[in-house]
Design a protein around this ligand. Structure first.
Ligand code: HEC
Ligand code: HEC
Ligand code: CU
Length: 483
């Protein structure tokens, strides 16, 4: 190239190089919430150190190879004095052996620490189960979170104590997802029918960003979550809170109206009362049943597994880590979930959204109810404050507040359990020698004594403990009135 052209090109070239370098450097800012260069725990720190080691090895290779290329291009370039075709050479055994062995050695140097760290982190994940084990199940496009042995279920938020490695068990109910908390641990895939694991540890309390890192469908980029690291005492307090039910709304209040709307339109997909241990333990099979209903008829279904909403009002975000949790965002979500998170399955499948959505008054009531979903102060009863004296009215109240309406309609529609319309007539024939009211009583306190044909045994078995004898009698009285 003549010298004159080269001069004109140089400023442009410099500008391009400058731009590329600045872009590359900007990606390395350790303060960004999703940067792997600012680890917040020892495991992420070790992974970063390994990356840095590989980076410098790669840099050395780059410098040597580039230097050789530059020297050779300059030294053997075509000159004015060059005539004809240069001398041709074929093969050089010593060089070929050298450049086969050198890369093999370099790869071996990189492979030893990499492979040994993969295996050692897997061993550490297994042994971390003794501290705390969290089972995370991937769904399109949100995260189910269970605390093994703690009987606590949540969604889109993983709480951990600081200073101890935590085992995260990774499963999927649909397609492949990938669990990634850049500041705490490298990513591991969630694969249907398989169980994977990773170990993560935070050294300081804080909130850390998580993200699905495997393309999993339309709303993949909007499948995020948070990891909240607490001091160990605060973490225990959080777990205890998750196990205390919310205060039931005052009868006649806006929230009580909202609870009724929720029971009729939302609770077939969302559990909102798994504070008690048995319901928490039943949650996985309930979600599985919902997912099976979806898989059996993906277009026609009105049911699919969905985030557990127990103590929703204590969460940091909505829509799987997408927007902050507050009343305004919650209202926007319930009015039109698609405007907050395009592609979400709630809007696509829920009967109420297919039919045009809730009215503004209904939305206000549902929001008022959802804002009550937080742990009751320790020692306070969660039952409705002013029990109705009339057993049938009381039974109706409990049917909504104890979560029965999440699985049972009062007509003939099956949700997860059979529709209970006309149950008094059918009940008399269910078990010979048993009266309708005895059968209903048994169905509530001991649901596995008789499994209705065509249904799975997912009804929680603890109503005998969480409800008083008078509550159960009231429920039976109410069920007997259903036409
Ligand atoms: C067909 C099942 C279905 C029905 C019915 C349904 N939802 Fe949902 N809902 C979902 C799914 C699935 C998601 C997760 C969407 C996502 O993040 O991709 C969701 C998400 C939510 C969230 C956000 C939770 C979080 O942690 O991010 C709230 C709040 C919510 N739904 C409330 C409601 C309310 C209130 C109703 C009734 C008016 C309702 N849902 C009805 C399936 C349903
Ligand atoms: C998680 C879902 C779920 C919840 C919550 C639930 N049930 Fe059930 N229920 C079922 C299923 C599934 C069946 C059918 C399988 C069986 O017999 O156990 C059933 C069966 C029944 C039956 C027998 C119906 C028949 O046709 O013989 C009655 C009565 C009943 N439930 C009442 C209740 C009451 C009252 C509550 C609340 C205190 C409640 N259920 C809560 C899922 C649920
Ligand atoms: Cu995903």
């Amino acid at each position: 190239m003549p010298m004159r052209n080269l001069k004109r090109v140089r400023p442009l070239l410099l500008l391009a190089i400058f731009g590329a370098v600045m872009t590359a450097l900007a990606a390395c800012t350790p303060h960004h919430g999703q940067s792997t260069f600012g680890p917040a725990g020892p495991i992420a720190e070790r992974q970063k150190d390994l990356f840095v080691l590989i980076f410098w090895v790669a840099m050395a290779v780059l410098v040597v190879v580039e230097a050789v290329i530059i020297v050779l291009t300059l030294k053997f370039r075509r000159r004015a004095s060059t005539t004809g075709v240069p001398e041709q050479t074929h093969g050089n055994q010593r060089l070929e052996i050298a450049w086969t062995i050198a890369p093999a050695l370099i790869l071996a140097v990189i492979a030893i620490p990499t492979v040994s760290m993969i295996f050692s982190l897997d061993r550490e994940a297994t042994s971390a189960a003794g501290n705390l084990e969290v089972v995370v199940t991937g769904h399109q496009w949100w995260w189910e979170v269970q605390y093994t042995g703690e009987d606590v279920v949540s969604a889109n938020e993983v709480h951990i104590p600081v200073g101890v490695p935590v085992r995260v068990v990774l499963e999927s109910d649909d397609v492949i997802h990938s669990f990634w908390v850049p500041k705490l641990a490298g990513k591991v895939d969630l694969i249907p029918t398989r169980t994977n694991q990773l170990v993560m540890e935070a050294s300081e309390p804080g909130v850390f960003f998580g993200q699905c890192a495997e393309f999993c469908g339309e709303a993949h980029a909007l499948m995020r979550f948070r990891v909240v690291a607490h001091q160990p005492d605060d973490f225990r307090a959080w777990l205890d809170g998750m196990r205390r039910p919310a205060l039931a709304p005052e009868p006649g209040s806006l929230a009580a109206t909202g609870q009724g709307i929720f029971a009729g339109n939302c609770s077939m997909c969302h559990s909102a009362s798994t504070a008690d241990a048995r319901s928490a333990r039943a949650e996985r099979s309930v979600q599985h049943t919902r997912q099976a209903a979806f898989l059996a008829d993906p277009k026609g279904t009105r049911i699919i597994s969905a985030p557990n909403l127990t103590h929703l009002a204590t969460r940091l975000t909505l829509g799987a880590g997408l927007v902050d949790f507050n009343e305004a965002e919650l209202t926007a979500w319930i009015k039109d979930p698609g405007s907050v998170k395009p592609g979400n399955r709630m809007e696509a499948l829920a009967q109420v959204y297919r039919a045009g959505g809730l009215s503004d008054d209904q939305i206000k009531a549902v929001v008022a109810y959802l804002m009550t979903l937080k742990p009751a102060p320790p020692g306070e009863s969660s039952l409705p404050p002013a029990p109705s004296a009339d057993p049938v009215a009381r039974g109706k109240q409990i049917f909504a507040s104890a979560g029965c309406s999440g699985c049972h309609s009062t007509g003939s529609d099956a949700i997860l359990g059979p529709g209970l319309g006309g149950i008094a007539q059918r009940a008399a024939n269910r078990k010979s020698g048993m009266s309708a009211s005895d059968y209903l009583h048994e169905s509530i306190v001991n649901p596995t004594a008789y499994i209705v044909q065509g249904f799975s045994p997912v009804m929680p078995g603890n109503f005998g403990q969480t409800l008083t004898a008078a509550d159960i009698d009231a429920l039976v009285a109410y069920l007997e009135t259903l036409p």
